[in-house]
Design a protein around this ligand. Sequence first.
Ligand SMILES: [Zn+2]
Length: 638
Amino acid sequence: MGGEGLDYARLGLKVGLEVHRQLDTAGKLFCSCPTRLRLDEPDLTVLRYLRPTQSEVGEVDRAALFEAQKGKAIVYEAYEDTTCLVELDEEPPHELNREALEIALQVALLLGSRPVDEVHIMRKIVIDGSTPFGFQRTCVVALGGQIDVAGKAIPIQHVGLEEDAARKVGEGPDVVRYRLDRLGIPLIEVATAPVITSPEEAKRVALAIGRIMRATGKVKRGIGSVRQDLNISIEGGAITEVKGVQELELIPKVIENEVRRQVELLRIRDELRSRGLRPDDIRPDIVDATKVFESTSCKLIRKALRAGGVVLALKLPKFSGILAWEVMPGHRFGKELSDIASAWSGLGGIFHTDEVPAYGIKEHEVEALRELVGAGPEDAVVFVAGDEERCRRALLAVLERAKQALIGVPRETRMALPDGRTKFMRPRPGAARMYPETDVPPVKISPDYIEALKEKLPEPPEKLAERLMSKYGLNKKLAWQVIDMEVLELFEKGVEKGVPATVVATTLTETMKSLKRDGFDVDRIGEEQLLELFELIGHGKAFKEAIPDILAYLCKHEGASVEEAIRELGLTAMTEGEIKAVIKKVLQDNEALLRERGEKAFGPLMGAVMKLVRGRADPAKVRELLRQAMRAWAPKGA
Ligand SMILES: [Zn+2]
């Protein structure tokens, strides 16, 4: 573990990528409600419980069962004016949104993907409560195609459309709250074949797909509008699905961490096998250990017991030391058990003998516990405190997971955390998860319609970059930054205000990035403010040298105008008279230098003047005035 490099080729890394992005359509995918998120209080709430349903083939989906077992109540938050009965499942869905379909087809055609003759809507079981229907509607729009990334052809499996789920706005032990504003927003999905072989390549592929989506000009921007799912596996491991990577920059880190996890899980498997452990050795003998902790000084256990709870314990034979084994940076095998236990039971986590005495638990309690469950020094003991039923569920989940440790890497769906690590989410759903949506008619796609779409396809990203370079004189790096930082529209508006293209592009990309690196919250700067800034620069009322200071001020003073920033920072444009006065003073102070070097003194003098007027005067103007003043001064000094 630690910093040593991973040999991805030798490990047989394979990554498949699914890029999802919200479309900026007028209406939702199956109703005409606006595709807008709300921050204000909801107008109404609806309480529901979800139960797993059997699929057509008669088996209850494992992932669905998992969610239902958590037994939480679900509250949906809705709005009178921006959600309707479709989101609440009180009215059948309307027809597939044609605007969304057209955008998805444009993306498909740009990727060389083959549109289907007829779009069939399917239901994908989702029973975490994020849709009131218990499923998410999804459809395949096109198949095949490829995207070339750094000289390698990455096959596209399909281009699809699906409805976004409701967004979770709160969760307690017994209740989950979802807001329906996001439910039904169209999401385009592009899935690649699992042919990506390095973390960096995955990032490049995601970037390239994102560029194609953005080329349509009809995708949403900002936090939460993009979600990348990764299917990651190594030789001998298993496919882990990591969901919800929002930032491109995080993709390599997530893959690296998952590869490490799989490598370590395989090593743990080998270690357990070499200790002679067999699956049947792990017995479901759950022991009530409440008595051991009757007078414990562990606050967590005391609290649970006071609330009428119990302490239950499970022996994991030959697991001593394994729970302390690091599988990801700062994330031990015990955490794998803990995450899975709390996911199945709603409890906060587990205790285990690889980490106690600690948390107020004393040596003698650990000894008593070991004796109670009959654990020797080579064994580990996992114990949990709380409601008896929940404790039992938690330990059964631990038991199953411990058995899987002998097989290696379990097939599971994990969620990406903001630091690039991942966390258990649910078992991977089985094939029984999809069935046809009978409430929405299929949509025929005629060859004529496709031909017409091909005639007016959006400008591909490479063409756009070339145009930015030739039309505005941007260099290649800046052109791509304008595209990738999604500021094209703002850039073009800024240029219209009469500001040089390179200044506008640099401001929107490099300057913003560097402020962010320095800890400024650049998200607080609005488009209106940036346009005001460009307007003032265009009119000679602000200067490009002052841009970083003005933007920094706007970050610190939310809602301030650019004019206010300029005034408060003392960056108001100097009059010609004021500049001349500064120049005169600098010339007087540097008489000796002037006399000695004549015209050659221009450089140092210009530097001295700019030091005093930077951000308040146009350097070209200053240069001109300084030359004039030097010429006027020279005869006197000669
Ligand atoms: Zn609606």
